[in-house]
Design a binder for this molecule. Structure first.
Ligand code: ADP
Ligand code: MG
Ligand code: MG
Length: 256
């Protein structure tokens, strides 16, 4: 059992002119392995900033609060220490890695996480199975990571990683955006398989409610203007579907 605890997290981004621009204003969130959380919120509310801050992106400067994984201080870890500790981030815009094949990337990642290379024969089968389940042609294993991948192919590849690397806590940033309905189903099924292992805590960040029709969150957090404005169960996602974010934004504009 792992637990990620985010306490009063405050984050600024350093702008090119050197100014610090505050984005997160005190975020509190606890995610345990086996739980599925959804963060929903309007564009520009800081959802990706939260994801990057957890992962350790150097552009985002933590100015207050704490993030711990099983009591260990995540914020003092390097990006690869965070990954080895069990954190996984599927980025909203996955980056291309020219010159590194999917097969190599996954095997290298797995080796780094486990401290030893996976057994060749079982690994080949696992990789093939994971790709098949995500509807990815085996030929993708030899292609360079995300190089010329369509939006949907990038997202499928993220879920292949998730299934193979089995992180303690996974943050999926808008994994549903840009997916057609078939790809959304396949990707959601992958997320549900990971969920059903009970070993991973999932944080699904999304702007739309549609992925939550396929992956039922245990907890929903509404994110507005850099903090959590409301929390509830799956029924909250349904209400957002009908009402949108407007009432929170009006509130955010008038509140102190
Ligand atoms: P969301 O993912 O909810 O759409 P983001 O975290 O991407 O929101 O952005 C939150 C706010 O922070 C936005 O106003 C955005 O312009 C700003 N921001 C995020 N990253 C940067 C950056 N690297 N440089 C400047 N501003 C940024
Ligand atoms: Mg956005
Ligand atoms: Mg975002």
């Amino acid at each position: 059992m792992s637990v990620l605890e985010i306490r009063d997290l405050q984050v600024s981004v350093r702008l090119p002119d050197g100014e610090a621009h505050p984005i997160l204003f005190g975020v509190n969130l606890t995610i345990r392995s086996g739980e599925t959380h959804a963060i929903m919120g309007p564009n520009g509310s800081g959802k990706s900033t939260l994801a990057y801050s957890i992962a350790g992106h150097p552009k985002y400067e933590v100015t207050g609060g704490s993030v711990t994984l099983d009591g260990e201080d995540v914020l003092s870890m390097s990006v690869d220490e965070r990954a080895r500790a069990g954190l996984f981030l599927a980025m909203q815009y996955p980056v291309e890695v020219p010159g590194v094949s999917v097969a190599n990337f996954l095997r290298t990642s797995k080796t780094a996480l486990d401290g030893e290379a996976p057994k060749l024969r079982t690994w080949a089968g696992e990789l093939k199975g994971a790709m098949e389940r995500l509807g990815m042609d085996p030929a993708f294993a030899q292609r360079n990571v995300n190089d010329g991948f369509s939006g949907g192919e990038k997202k499928r590849h993220e879920i292949v990683q998730l299934e193979l690397l089995k992180p303690a806590i996974a943050v999926l940033d808008e994994t549903d955006s840009g997916l057609d309905i078939d790809a959304l189903k396949v990707v959601s099924q992958g997320i549900n398989r990971v969920r059903e292992t009970g070993e991973t805590g999932l944080l699904l960040i999304t702007h739309y409610t549609r992925i939550l029709r396929y992956v039922k969150p245990d907890f929903v957090h509404v994110f507005v203007a850099g903090k959590i404005a409301e929390e509830g169960g799956p029924e909250l996602a349904e209400r957002l579907e009908e009402e949108g974010y407007e009432r929170y934004q009006v509130g955010a504009g008038t509140a102190a």
